[in-house]
Design a protein around this ligand. Structure first.
Ligand SMILES: [Zn+2]
Length: 242
C-alpha cells in the first residue's frame, strides 16, 4: 500500500467536504448499481466507466467500509491488474478478516483509513502524549535489544558455545524478560490513565469490528506515524519456540 493512494483519498475528501461514501464515489466518477439482495459488493469497468455496488442492507458503517473498499480498488489501480476482473466483475464479501490477496489487503487498509479519520484516531491513541511517546521509545529500544539477542544467539549456536557464553546469553535473556515486563506495566498504566484507548474501545467508538482498527494502525504506519500498539505480545511469543 502506497502513501500516495491514501493521500489521493485525502484530496477527494477535501474536495467533497465530507466522508459520505456515495458523494465520494460519485466525485470519483464511479456509478452506483444496486448489487441486489445476495451480493455484498462488486466493481467493474466498461469502456472506461467504473460501475460498483454495495449492499444497501448493510449498516451505515459497513456500507461506508464496502464503498471505500471499492473506491480503493480504483485508486490503487487494481482495475487494470490482469485477472482482477476475471469474470467481467470483481465480487466482494467484506467478511474476510485476514485478506491475503494484495488487492484485497490494500482495499481494506484504504477503507479502514477512510472510515476512521486520522486526526481523531491519533487523539484516541494519545499520539501527542508524553507518556505514549516515552513508551514508543522504550518499545523501540526493546525491539533493538531483542534483535541483538537473536544475532548473538545465532552466533552462539553456530560456534558451539563455551559455558561462559551460555551464561551470558541466559543473563541477557532474563534482562530482556525484565524489560518486557516493564513495558507491559507501562502499557497498562497508559491504558488505565485513559490517555490511550484500547482497540476494543476504539472499535466501539466508531461502530466497526476490531480488525478494522488494526487495519487503521497499518494505515497510520504507512502515513509514517509511530503509533505503538499497547497490546504487547507476551514474552514467550517474542521468543516463540525457544
Ligand atoms: Zn475487493
Amino acid at each position: 500500500m502506497k502513501l500516495e493512494y491514501l493521500q489521493k483519498m485525502d484530496r477527494i475528501i477535501r474536495t467533497v467536504g465530507s466522508r459520505d461514501p456515495d458523494e465520494i464515489l460519485a466525485c470519483m466518477g464511479f456509478i452506483y448499481i444496486d448489487p441486489g439482495e445476495n451480493l455484498s459488493g462488486f466493481i467493474t469497468k466498461r469502456k472506461n466507466t467504473v460501475y460498483y455496488g454495495v449492499n444497501k442492507k448493510f449498516s451505515p458503517q459497513q456500507y461506508a467500509f464496502g464503498s471505500f473498499h471499492e473506491a480503493f480498488h480504483g485508486i490503487c489501480g487494481h482495475l487494470n491488474t490482469p485477472d482482477f476482473l476475471q469474470n467481467g466483475a470483481h465480487a466482494d464479501t467484506f467478511r474476510i478478516i485476514h485478506a491475503v490477496a494484495r488487492t484485497e489487503r490494500e482495499a481494506n487498509i484504504g477503507a479502514a483509513d477512510t472510515v476512521i479519520d486520522t486526526e481523531s484516531f491519533l487523539e484516541m491513541v494519545g499520539y501527542d502524549s508524553a507518556d505514549v511517546q516515552a513508551y514508543t521509545q522504550s518499545t523501540e529500544s526493546f525491539e533493538r535489544a531483542v534483535e541483538d539477542y537473536r544475532r548473538h544467539y545465532v552466533i552462539a549456536v553456530a560456534n558451539g558455545s563455551p559455558e561462559t557464553r551460555i551464561r551470558r546469553m541466559e543473563a541477557y535473556q532474563s534482562e530482556l524478560s525484565r524489560m518486557c515486563a516493564e513495558l507491559q506495566e507501562q502499557a497498562q498504566d497508559i491504558l488505565n490513565s485513559g490517555t490511550c484507548l484500547s482497540v476494543p474501545e476504539i472499535a466501539r467508538e466508531y461502530g466497526v469490528p476490531e480488525h478494522v482498527v488494526h487495519l487503521k494502525y497499518e494505515a497510520v504506519a504507512i502515513r509514517k506515524y509511530k503509533v505503538p500498539s499497547l497490546e504487547l505480545p507476551t514474552f514467550d511469543k517474542v521468543f516463540g519456540g525457544w
